[in-house]
Design a protein around this ligand. Sequence first.
Ligand code: EPU
Length: 426
Amino acid sequence: MEKIVVENSGKLNGRVRVSGAKNSTLPIIAASLLGTEDIILEEVPRLKDVEIICEVLRALGATVEDIDEHTIRINSSNLKTYETKFDLMNKMRASFLVMGPLLGRIGKAKCALPGGCTIGARPIDLHLKGFSALGVEYTEHYGDLESGEDSYILAHTEKLVGDKVYLDFPSVGATENIMMAAVLAKGRTIIENAAMEPEIVDLSNFLRKLGANIKGAGTNTIIIDGVEKLHGARHQIIPDRIEAGTFMVAAAITGGDVVVENVISDHLRPVISKLEEAGCEITEEEDNIHVKGPEELKCINIKTLPYPGFPTDMQAQFMAMMTQCDKTNIVMETVFENRFMHADEFNKMGADIKIKDRSAMVTGVSKLQGTDVRATDLRCGAALILAGLVAEGETHIHDIYHIERGYEDVIKKFSGLGAKIKRVEE
Ligand code: EPU
């Protein structure tokens, strides 16, 4: 087992290039099951989660090959089964995103039921509501946990038929799964109260290149007119706005001066705005964002919301920064019911964070002290690196596989900015 050790690093300075977005790559690779010719994807980040979804596709009969470090070729012309490999599915919730494409392409799917995770229960009722509206029948099978039996969903349809689907919450995954099923359905599907995240727009752009007929992605109403068949395409994944935001906070928390390259600033409006409120000087350049952190951070409040609101995936990193902001900062988490696990880890380092229901009160400025902490999930891991940059002594971050699921070359990128960070054997 390895851990990451971070030391107080002073001000971070320099330039760092952001990779392709994990949360675009995963649904786009799943959607590649829908095409019957070669698909070339560029700017694919080298991440554990991406490896897993590629394995899920291979196990279904698709070929997935590397062309170069960040380019892959997928061919799904000869799918051999509709049954997904449970051991792979259990490794990552996003594997469930193959269900929509399998139903569209084969009319059948057997997928492991994704369990809850540290950030919340994360049900899939909205995915299933959408599939049902399109004419899918399914049964849920609950295995005996003690004997290690799998729980799964078995779904089938004679023919998917478009319909109206209203999502009670604008779920990113449900919007994607329903979109992917609907592109090969008969007639029109309308998704109301759809998620509007940039990753939804990227998926829609990709599906349109394959020949799908989709309008409205990026708004709360998505209209999909089914087509007979999808072909191949070449597509470049958008930059990862959360990785970009993480490096922006690194500049802010250390009072540094960092140019974050390969960024679409429009995807980061709430992050830019809140960093400016905290006292950062931010300049938007063509594909870059230049962030200068202040000598003293001012207090701010954030409330996570679906896009275009403040992203829940930036909440932990901001909480790390708030430990260094003057006086009382409030965080409200409205997307996931249990996404405050990082607060305990910051408190171990000497932070003053109190949680009540879905709010956290962070009182700064705390003198953080390096100690042993645990990455309870991916964004918690990233936030602990940020806290470690300003803590006295060494911060030892355990369970770092979470970080590798979502941050490419994390050690190299932070070191390039002058961070004292290394990966060592436990
Ligand atoms: N929800 C339901 N029913 C459903 C689906 C979702 O109640 O059928 C609830 C969830 O329990 C949660 C809320 O809706 O409380 C939002 O969940 P959503 O479906 O939008 O999230 P997701 O698709 O499972 C994606 C990202 C997450 C990100 C969320 C929110 C991917 C692979 N994952 O998850 O990313 O936090 O959207 O923006 O795209 C991360 O990258 O660290 C990460 C967790």
